[in-house]
Design a protein around this ligand. Structure first.
Ligand code: RB5
Length: 152
């Protein structure tokens, strides 16, 4: 399974931890930056690259990290086909897969500790979408996206 990974400077340290975890667990990882904790970088650049990688199906899932997770989730959800979930705990990460069939996990490095973040990554990647009534709702999201793309 291929995972696209991205962060800004605020998420850099946690991104490196996540990368280590994913590689050890046998995932193929595409690190799309940033590559240092130098603060002169902007989260939209990395959020867009990861979202585009997942939307184009080059990667199965994405993981994005910035200071709060808010900027990254705003950016990623602009890209068609993306359902990015900003999660601050393990249960939310699990539900984002079960109920929303989320394809990008977003975390805020300033609000989660390393151990919780790695547990969120694990549960996100190991949990299946539930289907049923949730599938109906996700289909509605896809319909809305189609309508918006027609207007644009
Ligand atoms: C960078 O200071 C910070 O604004 C960014 O990491 C993120 O939290 C934005 O939403």
């Amino acid at each position: 399974m291929k995972i696209a990974l991205g962060s800004d400077h605020a998420g850099f340290e946690l991104k490196e931890e996540v990368k280590g975890y994913l590689s050890k667990a046998g995932y193929e990882v595409g690190d799309l930056g940033t590559y240092t904790s130098f603060p002169h970088c902007d989260y939209p650049d990395f959020g867009y690259e990861v979202a585009r990688g997942v939307s184009s199906e080059k990667y199965n899932f994405g993981i994005l990290i910035c200071g709060t997770g808010i900027g990254m989730s705003i950016v990623a959800n602009k890209v068609p086909g993306i359902r990015a979930s900003l999660c601050y705990n393990i249960e939310a990460a699990k539900l984002s897969r079960q109920h929303n069939d989320s394809n990008i996990l977003v975390m805020g490095a300033r609000f989660v500790d390393k151990s919780s973040a790695l547990q969120m990554v694990k549960i996100f990647l190991e949990t299946q979408a539930e289907g049923g009534r949730h599938l109906r709702r996700v289909s509605k999201i896809k319909e809305i996206e189609k309508k918006i793309l027609k207007i644009c």
